[in-house]
Design a protein around this ligand. Structure first.
Ligand SMILES: *Cc1c(COP(=O)(O)O)cnc(C)c1O
Ligand code: SF4
Length: 341
């Protein structure tokens, strides 16, 4: 298998995409001036033709220059007590340790910064560690970014080791798109490092069944064999995965590679991503098309992320609750009455 660094540095050729025109390439370059384009050669190789679900996730689109929507819809900056920390919830915090990714997703909620700013410095990482050390209420740290696995193995080990020296930190999570976007980054050496610092959990990010390949399946198997529970966060994206069949196929394929669907995110209202927004109704219909119709294990929690954190959205299963009498609807819309004891 090719070494991940080689895959990262190999050039890609937009002209090689089936159906792409000169005009498209001109527009791609224009959009990329505002929001940088970077696609590693593995992820690029998954594009079959123009406008397919992989293309739309990574190729810049002129619609990104739409000025509506805000840069920081989740108000992360106001919840940033020190560089690299987002502390919104009582007992857990994000620790952003990288501004770079192995590809830039066009719908990224942190579009304002990923790939645009200088990478996070060692000094900033030290400040983040200090904040985590000083805040004893934090028992769950989520390494995120950018992509935390863009660092080399030594740096990752250094950070994990420092975190494990903080007694109040019980669990460490990594939020990384690497198992999907650059699965070759998951090496034996990396797995051997990660498993020294258990309990470690990984949430990865697959959006479409076409992303589940032999390579990504191998990466997830290696991580699962290292004892790391794997979850998946999908973003609901217009024209990419906003229908029941696509999501159903995705969640089934994820379970087969030992990844549990965790969240289905309603797309954030981030500037430059308006063309990916769907209606909340669509998301609710997708969940309704899964719950009861397939394994409960396959059903993610549908959430809208807000300034105040993630809020779950459920189709209407509870129709009425009055005087201890509950009227429920099952997955087939049949009504059942339950008397609350
Ligand atoms: C998503 C998120 C978390 C983790 O949320 P869980 O529901 O525990 O997975 C923590 N902090 C911030 C700021 C987040 O956005
Ligand atoms: S990998 Fe994650 S952080 Fe990086 S561009 Fe994609 S969505 Fe954004």
């Amino acid at each position: 298998m090719e070494e991940w660094r080689t895959i990262l540095s190999k050039p890609i050729k937009l002209e090689s995409i089936k159906g792409i025109t000169k005009e498209d390439i001109k527009n791609i370059k224009l959009a990329a001036k505002t929001y940088p384009m970077y696609i590693n050669s593995y992820y690029f190789s998954l594009i079959k033709s123009k406008d397919d679900p992989i293309y739309k996730q990574c190729i810049p689109n002129i619609e990104e220059l739409n000025e509506d929507l805000s840069e920081d819809p989740l108000a992360e900056e106001t919840h940033t007590p020190t560089n690299g920390i987002v502390h919104k919830y009582p007992d857990r915090a994000l620790f952003l340790i990288s501004n770079i990714c192995t590809m830039y997703c066009r719908f990224c909620t942190r579009k304002r910064k990923v790939g645009k700013k200088e990478n996070i410095s060692n000094e900033e990482i030290k400040q983040g560690l200090q904040y985590l050390k000083d805040h004893e209420e934090i028992r769950d740290v989520i390494l995120s970014g950018g992509d935390p696995l863009t660092h080399d193995d030594n740096k990752i080990e250094y950070i994990l080791k420092q975190l494990r020296e903080i007694k109040h930190i019980e669990i460490i999570r990594l939020g990384t798109r690497v198992p999907c976007a650059l699965p070759q980054r998951i090496t034996e050496n990396l797995c051997n490092i990660l498993k020294k610092y258990h309990p470690i959990f990984i949430n990865t990010h697959f959006n479409h069944p076409n992303e589940i390949t032999e390579e990504s399946s191998k990466a997830c198997t290696m991580l699962a064999n290292a004892g790391i529970p794997l979850g998946n966060q999908t973003v609901l994206l217009k024209g990419i995965n906003d229908n029941i069949d696509t999501i159903k196929s995705l969640v089934h394929k994820l379970l087969k590679i030992r990844v549990k669907p965790y969240y289905l995110y309603h797309a954030d209202k981030a500037k430059g991503t308006k063309h990916f927004m769907t209606n909340v109704k669509t998301g609710m219909e997708i969940i309704k098309g899964l719950r009861g119709w397939t394994s409960g294990l396959a059903v993610p929690q549908y959430v809208i992320d807000t300034e105040g954190g993630k809020i779950p959205i459920l189709p209407e299963y509870l129709k009425e609750y009055k005087d201890g009498k509950i009227i429920l609807k099952n997955y087939q819309d049949k009504e059942f009455t339950y008397i609350d004891p």
